[in-house]
Structure formats: C-alpha cells, structure tokens
Design a protein around this ligand. Structure first.
Ligand SMILES: Nc1ncnc2c1ncn2[C@@H]1O[C@H](COP(=O)(O)OP(=O)(O)OP(=O)(O)O)[C@@H](O)[C@H]1O
Ligand SMILES: [Mg+2]
Length: 372
C-alpha cells in the first residue's frame, strides 16, 4: 500500500458533482501536482485530503490509516494557501510556533524548532517582524515554515506562488522543491500553471471538470498526452487539418506530407498535432516532411524565438533558439518548415481517438473530451 491512498472519491455540493472517480496512490516522499483549469476541482480535492471537506463517497488513507472521518487537526497535515494566511497579529516566530504550541510542545523545544525552520527557509532575521513587514515571497516562505514545523505527514500546497511576481515565483519553486526533497515530505501541490507542474513534480495529475484526465511523470504528460484535453492544456500544440491519402500520406494546404493516420481511410479529414519544438526551419535527414507558407508573426522571447507561420487555413508555431549571428525572419516572408513524421500526433476527429507514432502508440480514449 502506498503512503497516501485516495480511493473512489466523489464530492457533490447539492446536485452538482465537482469531483468524481478520483483514485490516486502517492508514494512516501513523492511530489505530486494537481494541474487543471480554474474550477476543475483541485482545491476541493486538496481540502478533502486535508479534512476540511468530507467526500460524498470514497476514502483517504495516510500511512495505512483511514483518515476519512478524522478532523483536519488529527491528520497531521501541513497546508499552505494561495493567499497569505499568516496570522496578522502574531510575529513570524509566533506564527511558525503556532502548530507546535497546539501540539503541546514545550517552550524551549518550540523556540529551537522555530529557529531551525527560519534558518531552513533562509529568513533567520525576521523572527520578530509582523507579516505586514514582509514581502509576499517572504510571507509565503514563513507560511511554508509554519506548515512544516510540526513535521506533518503530508504537505498540501494550494497555488502558493500564484500571488507572487514571475521572478520570485521561479526561485521560490526551486526552494520549495529543494526543501521538500531534503525533508522527504510527501507533497501535493495545486497549480493551474503547467510550467510550475512540469518543472517541479515527480508526477502530475491533470484534471478537467472534476475528473482525472491523466496521471504521469512530466515527461509522459508532455510527450504522451492521452487525451486531446491534456495535449492542448499542457504545452503548446499546433493543429493541421488535412486529408488522408493512400500510402501514409496526408494532403495539407495543397501540399503533401508523410504521416501515420491509423484508422483513417483515404479521403477522411484528419487533424494532425505538432509541438513547436518539433518544427525547424532547417532540413535534416529525419525531418522528411516540409511545408511551405508565410511568416505570420515573430515573437522574440529571449533565448527562444517563436515563429507563427501560415499555410493556407492552417497555422503552425515554431520554436527556434535565438542566434545572435542571424536575426529572425520577418512577417510576410516565405518560409519552409521541416519536421519528422514521428513527431506528428494524429487526432482523429471522426472517431475521437488520438494516435501516437508507432514507437509511442498506446491505447487512447478521447471520447469524453470536448474538442479544443
Ligand atoms: N462549498 C462549495 N459549495 C458549492 N460549490 C462549491 C463549493 N466549493 C467549491 N465549489 C465548486 O466546485 C468546483 C470546483 O472548485 P475548486 O475550488 O475545487 O476549483 P479549483 O480547481 O481549485 O479552481 P481554481 O483554480 O480557480 O482555484 C467549482 O465549480 C466551485 O464553484
Ligand atoms: Mg483552487
């Protein structure tokens, strides 16, 4: 049995079901993200694990113990919320000591633990300050220290970085992950930011509309999305509409490319999906496909230059690395993009199935997913 077991959980508020068929086993020390759009049920699921919400069906077990009916304070769980939830009338030291006091820890031990925690988050000097005297990033660090001080069995983080500016967000996510690894604490991190989920997690649970769409490592989720929803929500994806022809060929925008389209008959309309990094302006032996069109837009993002190219009614996004020696192409210029047939994902509109190239093919089911 895994350290944290969520089995058959459903949650309804009145007639509305907001989480259903939620089954997840989390190993000790694992860092899991719940990733999904606003309203898909991430916070609700986290609150069920924390004990603030009771599931309408199903169970939650921690370390073999059924905690479904336990009050939050009896579960030994630490939680950090999106909005800074420090007690405004207590200084940092008292905030961090709060859970320890409730747990009945003696004064001397408590003081030592607070010192240790503040050192751990790199803020040993703010002990006597009040929350209003801290920056947003510092407040979230203190909230983290307060959550982990009582040595919880599971750490739950509900979008703890979303109120912070971009730079702090990136550095703090690295800090959180480092701390989590060092302490070996089993963690669930809620976010709607795919980059956060991809960069931090051991595994990601992609959620949509109260359902688990896919569970997998960041690599699996990004490279082998099992539904159209996951493919489009995680990362960027361009879609090409084409017509299947004989012999593994597809007509796109009056040109012909090589693509596997399992299940499609000649004449069928097919949708092909491509990631921006799979496309190149440079030909190579593997990149057997090419399409010629026109540059519609160029976005200079720093290390990456994202090019939008138009091919009749189709558009593709192409990511290229910045090269200081050669400026990017300009709008309106003709362009030829090159890509490998292996990088094409065929999303078959007719049957709702999605197909990976042979090397990565697996059973996919997109029937329940609305088109993007
Ligand atoms: N106490 C409640 N009573 C009724 N409906 C609720 C309650 N709590 C949540 N919901 C509904 O459940 C759904 C899921 O909400 P939840 O807060 O879990 O979403 P979320 O994925 O965390 O979204 P966000 O990214 O915006 O925080 C929403 O439609 C919400 O309105
Ligand atoms: Mg939420």
């Amino acid at each position: 049995m895994s350290f944290l077991e969520i089995a058959g959980v459903r949650k309804s508020f009145g007639p509305t079901t907001v989480v259903q068929n939620f089954d997840l086993s989390v190993e000790r020390g694992e860092f899991i993200s719940f990733l999904g759009p606003s309203g898909c049920g991430k916070t609700t699921m986290l609150r069920i694990v924390a004990g603030f919400e009771r599931p309408s069906a199903g169970t939650v077990r921690i370390d073999g113990e059924d905690v479904t009916d336990l009050a939050p304070n009896a579960r030994r769980i630490g939680m950090v919320f999106q909005a800074y939830a420090l007690f405004p009338n207590m200084n940092v030291g008292d905030n961090v000591a709060f859970g320890l006091k409730i747990a009945g820890m003696g004064r001397a031990e408590r003081e030592a633990r607070v010192d240790e925690m503040l050192k751990l988050i790199g803020l040993p000097h703010v002990r006597d300050r009040y929350p209003y005297q801290l920056s947003g990033g510092q407040q979230q660090r203190v909230a983290l220290a307060r959550a982990i001080a009582p040595k919880p069995r599971v750490l739950l983080l509900d979008e703890p970085l979303s109120a912070l500016d971009a730079k702090i967000r990136v550095s703090l996510r690295e800090e959180i992950r480092e701390l989590q690894r060092a302490l070996g604490i089993t963690t669930i991190f809620v976010t709607h930011d795919q980059e956060e989920a991809l960069s931090m997690s051991d595994r990601i649970v992609v959620m949509s509309d109260g359902r688990m769409e896919q569970v997998g490592t960041p690599f699996e989720i990004y490279n082998r999305p099992r539904s159209r929803f996951v493919a489009s929500f995680v990362g960027t994806l361009s879609l090409l509409e084409g017509r299947a022809e004989i012999g593994g060929r597809v007509a796109v925008a009056g040109q012909e490319i090589e693509a596997e389209t399992p299940g499609a008959r000649p004449g069928d309309t097919v949708t092909l999906a491509l990631r921006p990094e799979a496309l190149s302006l440079v030909p190579s032996a593997e990149r057997r496909n090419q399409l010629t069109g026109e540059i519609a837009d160029v976005a200079f993002l720093g290390s990456v230059v994202r090019i939008r190219a138009r091919f009749a009614a189709n558009e593709l996004l192409i990511d290229t690395f910045n090269d200081p020696a050669s400026p990017p192409p300009s709008r309106g210029q003709p362009v030829t993009v090159h890509f490998s047939p292996d990088d094409i994902q065929c999303l078959d509109a007719a049957t709702g199935a999605s197909h990976r190239p042979t090397s990565q093919r697996q059973a996919l089911d997109l029937r329940a997913v609305e088109p993007v």
